[in-house]
Write a protein that binds this ligand. Structure first.
Ligand SMILES: *[C@@H]1O[C@H](CO)[C@@H](O)[C@H](O)[C@H]1NC(C)=O
Ligand SMILES: *[C@@H]1O[C@H](CO)[C@@H](O)[C@H](O)[C@H]1NC(C)=O
Length: 414
């Protein structure tokens, strides 16, 4: 193991007399955990779920520069922290210290368990006293981490989205149908947004355009609604075979450049047949029954949109969609609305729909992420979705529905 200073390792462990940390899993899966332990707490990314746990001392006096008693960790690629905004420090790993590995797993109820384990050592002299294992479980809610919001790039100013990312909010991620937000795509002067941003390649020409991907991104959304023929600019229509050709070149390029990034399939407006034809074109020798086997062109997740007002239809449609493609699923747009039938659901109906659908989405372990649609100041950027679905009003202030969404989708009693 190379322990040269070049290999700056992120500080995972601080031992104090009364160590007490908040172990926060930011961005995904869980929000907060209180941890009291004498062993290490951690900064971890888990390869599958990219869980990032960040140890934050509960009082500022604890943020003194650690001297002795530092454990340190994690040199495998899967553990390279992708987000460092809340990491409390970094250090060179002293050659003599015991290496403590840290792992994190999420349970189906949304809790996160972080464990520290004494791992292999290079040489031990004056080794740390690290418990063989120490663990802490979050009291995360199952919803934590899946919910996101989109703020259409046409809104230009990114600032209003920041309000969704409070410590109490279950909203964990956001997107703008484009490649970055504060690297030139939106205005962002002085805006800080404490949530994961997921870039998108809106259509094939976007991959190599002049915009850069958001720094530190861990997931990438695929072409937007290529199954939709429309002149409204919300999609770039492609035949499945045509999309498959560019996809095969582009996914190879992306995987080479960003090997750890999770890639979403092209995002369907609604047409399962389109996506099925697409998969047959990119992975002709594989099938969904084994998750498309070793097909090098397969995405990590399948992705769709769904606009409907009927909760049972919603559940059935998404279940069938995921079954057909056999990969974990992202629902990156949904609302209580149905295009073509022009429903005008009341605020109350939308609120109930949100509560029931989000509760169900949270329970399905094959749902990776979801995002309510209806988050823009300008009505034009609701693209026809009925106004009662708004998470923010025309001035950018949160609506009651926006607050409900931040509350795990559960209605807030007045
Ligand atoms: C998850 O956390 C809740 C609330 O703290 C707790 O009741 C439950 O037992 C935990 N589940 C597991 C699997 O630890
Ligand atoms: C769905 O996609 C397939 C494949 O491109 C196409 O043949 C079919 O017409 C589409 N269906 C609808 C309803 O647009």
């Amino acid at each position: 193991m190379d322990l040269s200073p070049k290999l700056m390792l992120i500080l995972l462990l601080v031992l104090f007399l009364t160590p007490e940390y908040t172990l926060a899993a930011k961005h995904k899966r869980a929000c907060k955990a209180s941890v009291t332990q004498s062993g290490p707490s951690a900064t971890v990314t888990q390869s599958i779920d990219a869980i990032i746990l960040v140890a934050e001392p509960t009082s500022s006096s604890d943020i003194s520069t650690p001297t002795s008693g530092l454990g340190a960790v994690q040199t495998t690629e899967a553990s390279t922290p992708l987000y460092t905004d809340k990491v409390i420090g970094s250090m060179d790993l002293p050659k003599s210290d015991t290496i403590s590995a840290v792992s994190a797993t999420s349970t189906s109820d949304g809790n996160i368990t972080a464990s520290s384990v004494v791992g292999t050592t290079t040489s031990v002299a004056g080794s740390l006293s690290v418990p063989a294992t120490s663990s802490a479980t979050t009291n995360g809610s199952p919803s934590a981490g899946k919910a996101g919001v989109g703020l259409p790039v046409q809104e230009v100013d990114a600032a209003p989205v920041a309000q969704f990312f409070t410590p109490e909010s279950t909203v964990a991620w956001w997107f703008n149908w484009n490649k970055n937000w504060n690297q030139g795509v939106m205005t962002s002067d002085g805006v800080s947004i404490d949530g994961e941003f997921v870039p998108m390649i809106f259509g094939p020409t976007y991959l190599d355009n002049e915009d850069t991907f958001q720094e530190g991104f861990t997931e990438l959304m695929g072409y937007n609604e290529p199954d939709l023929k429309t002149s409204t600019g919300v999609s770039v229509y492609l035949e499945p075979a045509q999309a498959a050709e560019t996809w095969k070149t582009q996914i190879v390029q992306i995987r080479q450049q960003y090997p750890n990034v999770k890639i979403h399939s092209p995002v369907m407006a609604s047409n399962k047949t389109w996506l099925s034809d697409f998969f047959k074109a990119i992975c002709p020798d594989n099938s969904p029954s084994d998750g498309w086997g070793d097909c090098v062109y397969k995405p990590d997740y399948v992705s769709t949109h769904l606009y409907n007002t009927d909760v049972e239809y919603f559940k059935g449609t998404l279940t069938a969609f995921q079954k057909e493609f056999g990969l974990p699923m992202v629902l990156s747009e949904f609302a209580c609305y149905q295009f073509g039938s022009d429903p005008h659901p009341s605020l109350e109906e939308v609120s109930t729909f949100m509560q029931e659908t989000t509760a169900w989405l949270d329970q399905q372990d094959w749902v990776v992420k979801y995002a309510w649609f209806g988050n823009a100041r300008n009505s034009e950027y609701l693209f026809g979705v009925y106004e009662t679905n708004r998470l923010m009003d025309a001035s950018g202030a949160l609506t009651d529905l926006g607050r409900q969404y931040m509350n795990g989708g559960k209605k807030i009693s007045a």
